[in-house]
Design a binder for this molecule. Sequence first.
Ligand code: UGA
Length: 448
Amino acid sequence: MKVGVIGCGYVGLITAVGLALKGHNVTAVEIDPIRVEKITKGIVPFYEPGLKNNLKKCLNKKNLKIANSLEDTNQNEIIFICVQTPPKKNGAINLKILESACKGLANILKNTKKSKVIVVRSTVIPGTTDNFVSPIFKDSKVDVAINPEFLREGSALADFLQPDRIVVGTHSKKAKKLLLKLYKVFDAPIITTTPSTAELSKYASNTLLATLVSFSNEIARFCERTKGADVEEVLGIVHKDRRFKLSANRVSTAGIISYLKAGCGFGGSCLPKDLSALISYAKTLGEKTPLLKAVSTINNSQSVRVVNMASNIIGGLKNRKVSVLGVAFKGGTDDLRHSPGLRIVEELLKQKTKITIFDPLVESAALKQYRNKGVFIASSLTSALKGADVCIIASNAQEFNHLNSSGKLFGRTIILDGRRILKIPTSKEDRYYGVGRYINNHPIKLGL
Ligand code: UGA
């Protein structure tokens, strides 16, 4: 089928490459000419495993074309809109970019004789497809649908090609028929529903993940104050519940348990933004959101707790050397948006600490603003740890796992394992601290 994709950001490019890999003919439109030039040459403007090779494969096969004018989508029967919906200052969703893409497209389509199906792929609050997008196309022969994405950075292409579910929200029989045809080649349940249910299902999914992370971090707070309790063991026991297992043999574990793990808090471009957008949306409905607000409060305080823990361990941070390992919002990505590691760095800066940052995937140029504030950007683990009083592990980057066996690297540096990824080195137990591990005189009161 002929498919247009508007926006070559994260979701757009994955959608375009994914559909091309599944045999469709895709035209992807991007307004930034530099991005168009790069992508046309097979250069992916962000880090995502497997994307570069598959992009090149589709470009060579010529079933993926990158264009920079909306008019290039005119020949397509289905057009996906994959533009950002960033938060406003007050946390509410900002639909300006979506509005401009829809208006530009409506302008082009108003004289087109052949009808089109417009599919919103951006994350939008319930009611947006019906009350905001559809009216923009009222003068065009257009049917509208919403098809939320459930892509995790770091495994987004695999998530696209082998989805858990495909959700299609529409009132239009034609849109439903065409989208069912488009997704026929995918091995996944396809749920067709109303646009509002589809829209809310995306928020429900992401805020559940956020809730699990904050729940785990609250349980960790008990462990930090309760001698003999350790959050890894406590949640490890919770994980054994057969309701988290995939089969009767109780061996295969559901992936959701990776969110039932204590850490430095959640980050990224999705969970924090969707949480605040849903809280804002509730206000417009006159609903209170005590649970979601608590999820947000716990998350916002987690990095402060970690820094205060470090301060307590070494008796103050002023002029002490602290290394922060992992400043992307999670391992397997170079994305710095709403990163817990950078929240920790900001806290340390307030305390006039001498800071070193190391992240295996983040280019030092991306951290320029921190370098300008006096932060040292290390290019290797060895240089990051040299002379450090404390090392805070802030992300679950795979590269940090091997630290288990090479205790030598740490020397006399105190380890504060913010993601509980290291095996506790028995020989250095007195120098190992972690989120959710008992600590004498914890500096923070429970319930912060
Ligand atoms: C998330 C969802 O997982 C996707 O399903 C969704 O499609 C996507 O948002 C989106 O809306 O586009 P992503 O932002 O890539 O994907 O991040 P996750 O892998 O879900 O991780 C989110 C955050 O939670 C990260 O900061 C991660 O480190 C943190 N996390 C995760 C924890 O702190 N603890 C955990 O146990 C698990």
